[in-house]
Design a protein around this ligand. Sequence first.
Ligand SMILES: [Zn+2]
Length: 372
Amino acid sequence: MHAVVEHAVDEIIDGLDAAWDANIAKGAVSAGEAGLRVRLAHCGVSRADLAALSTAFLEERRAQAKRVLGPSPYNDAEVQFLFLPIPGSVAAVYPLRDSFAVVVSLGLVEALRLCSIAGRLQSALERIEHSAKVESALGEERFRYVCQLFKRMCAFINASAVLCHLDGGKVPNFASRLDAATRHRADVLLEAGLMFVLLHELGHVRYRRALLERGVNADDVQWEFTVPENLDERKTEELFADRFALDAVSHNFRLTLTHASCLLLQLYTCVDTLQHRNKREHPLSVNRLQAMQSYAGVAQGYDVGQTALNAAIKFGERLWKDSAAGSAKTGLDALKRFVGAHSQFDWRPISDALLILDARQEGDDARAGNHA
Ligand SMILES: [Zn+2]
């Protein structure tokens, strides 16, 4: 995969733009009503800017992935990569005249960043809830309040991620409110999430090539955020692309990558449920997580990932059951009201609790070291 060069930008955008309009007509693509060219014109970026942004994005992902994927990650000469600096989530793959295009938007990265922060806060909450030391530092009443606030903040960030994914609205800057350790953990998870996205898209390319070699028509655009009518075909291709991503990493890293895939797949679950798609089927994203989890197997010493993964699967199943039973409390309007009501909330007690938690841990490690 290589970043698009300036003179090839138009071909990629034309291919996506036509499909974008067609999909908008079917109400299948989430990101807004305006055509892609209109959106890009609003952003004021030139072809040269798009080529430079795509190069920078891909180089950064390559540098980050080298440790896991070897010296030349995402190495497929016949795939062109385009990064779109627009709000709303886009991830798509489709054939060009003599290569394939993979397209990812800034809105998707921001939505995944929010999911990764919420995931890390959820893990921190589990540690805090079992920390007698934090409880004694805060006092019983304050401790209970902070635990409730944590849950509220996780729900708020997850809801913001869904809105960012669907609406491409203003993205709240949660990262700046976190302590350095939590921010770092969220960045690491986000990076693994982006690795999953890029590998998964290359998995689609591999699948499409095999179809084309067999003479099967495979020239439509594969949007990541749609559930086409022919679910069986889609399911096979998605599961293939997920397996392709897991096969690209070492056995030890598979569970980490599966954990990171939750960032994307939880968004799917929420959005599918919100839009009441595909009601009779079990949600594809939960099936995918389960398939990846059983393929990844158990990794020693990765309890956080395992716990998060189990929670994501349970979350998907519960949301789906509620939705099928008509008892889901989270319609899009309700979600917007919830986010609006919490946008001015004072979350500072959470940062304070995280600082106590990590400071305490450093002390614990020192003490454990002294005893060793
Ligand atoms: Zn896919």
